[in-house]
Design a binder for this molecule. Structure first.
Ligand SMILES: *Cc1c(COP(=O)(O)O)cnc(C)c1O
Length: 401
């Protein structure tokens, strides 16, 4: 490409960003399924290892298909540098362990994805790293926790599954004053709806498994940040510990990015409609969606995000029994623990994704037994409403009987 890619508009970056064509002039991105590389001669191999010549060495450190994905993700996020990993959890783990050492201190919002919560609460303390949790929506708690020197802040906004919003610029300011870098898990917002690096975050992590693939095929993760941190802090960790993504998965994710804007846009519009529909249904006691007027942080959500996302969380009457009847009454919406898929998926967090954190922690997060997380897919929203009616009817009939 002869145009400066940073001058391109977002939709164009998703399709054309990072493309490197080989001598064959292929239209689609080439899939380099190779573990290693060969050199013209021994001198070139030596120069490569000395860093005086740029040449791929080994796919644990770099691969042209991964480079295309990383360059495209940088353009979409507006980041200087990116590294991809085999899963979203490998990305979170690498970002934290590459930066931290024994004696350091981490402050995190309590409402984290289950495995992120485990890393902060269980893994880090094993290596002598202190971890503190706060209610992400409560600035006074952030201020209090960050009144001591701190090395890293980890947060997720909107959070899973209750869609709490964290005030990114305010928390970033407190974190930086305490000496911490800010790592944001931006899965729920996707790079299209929210750009944390423009609001004070230092590192953004993704599970590419969710919307970036978006079609339920592969696992993947990404870490985006400034070039210096990626090269000096992250790259040695990745190179030597080996969480590398498969080139095949990178190729799938490049194709996923091409339709990301279309899918996220359709998913957000459907999710808004469905949130409105659910709020009017008998048996639904509460609906959470970031940009709705009944969301306690609507103003903040609208300031930080260009749309509310593709997940709607709602609570039904009758606790676990009620929620199970609703989910078992669906014909189209599948019971799953995944999200961000073209197929609509319903999750009962209390007994699946958030079962291991325990009842006391669930109460703090507001995850009651009647809560259902709905990841809205690409089906016709009218068919989804019909299916929600089916599920709710199954519950309401059981209640009346
Ligand atoms: C799914 C998810 C992860 C973990 O990603 P994997 O690709 O499953 O390892 C981390 N954070 C959030 C918010 C997620 O939804």
């Amino acid at each position: 490409m002869t145009i400066d890619p940073s001058k391109l508009r977002p939709a164009t970056r998703l399709v054309q960003g990072g493309v490197r064509r080989t001598a064959y002039g292929e239209t689609a991105e080439a899939l380099f399924l190779t573990s290693g590389y060969v050199y013209d001669d021994a001198e070139q191999a030596e120069a490569t290892f000395q860093g005086t010549v740029e040449h791929y060495q080994y796919s644990r450190f770099g691969n042209p298909t991964l480079t295309m994905l990383e360059d495209r993700l940088c353009l979409v996020e507006g980041a200087e540098a990116c590294r991809t990993t085999a899963t979203g959890m490998a990305a979170v783990n690498a970002a934290l362990l590459a930066h931290l050492k024994a004696g350091d201190r981490v402050v995190a919002s309590r409402a984290l994805f289950g495995s992120c919560h485990w890393i902060v609460s269980t893994l880090l303390p094993k290596f002598g790293i202190e971890s503190v949790f706060v209610d992400g929506g409560n600035l006074a708690q952030w201020r209090d926790a960050l009144s001591k020197p701190t090395n890293l802040v980890l947060l997720e906004t909107p959070s899973n599954p209750m869609l709490d919003i964290v005030d990114l610029p305010a928390v970033a300011e407190l974190a930086h004053a305490a000496g911490a870098i800010v790592v944001v898990d931006n899965v729920f917002a996707t790079p299209l709806l929210q750009q944390p690096l423009t609001m004070g975050a230092d590192v953004v992590v993704y599970s590419c498994t969710k919307h970036i693939d978006g079609q339920g095929r592969v696992l993947g993760g990404a870490i985006l940040a400034g070039r210096k941190w990626i090269n000096d802090v992250l790259q040695p960790f990745i190179r030597n510990t080996g969480p590398a993504m498969s080139p095949f998965n990178a190729w799938i994710l490049l194709k996923g990015l091409e339709t990301l804007a279309l899918r996220v846009d359709a998913g957000c519009r459907a999710a808004e409609t469905i949130a409105e529909f659910l709020a009017s249904q008998a048996g639904v006691t509460r609906v959470w969606y970031p940009t709705r007027s009944d969301h306690p942080q609507q103003a903040l959500a609208m300031k930080q995000m260009s749309a509310g996302g593709t997940v709607v969380t709602f609570e039904v009457a009758g606790g676990k029994d009620g929620a199970f009847r609703v989910m078992n009454g669906f014909e189209l919406i599948a019971v799953s623990n995944n999200l961000g898929d073209s197929k609509s998926l319903a999750t009962h967090p209390a007994t699946t994704t958030h079962s291991k954190i325990g009842e006391a922690e669930r109460v703090k997060l507001g995850i009651s037994d009647g809560v259902i997380r709905l990841s809205v897919g690409l089906e016709d929203p009218e068919d989804l409403k019909d299916d929600l009616r089916r599920g709710l009817a199954a519950m309401n009939l059981a209640k009346a009987a």
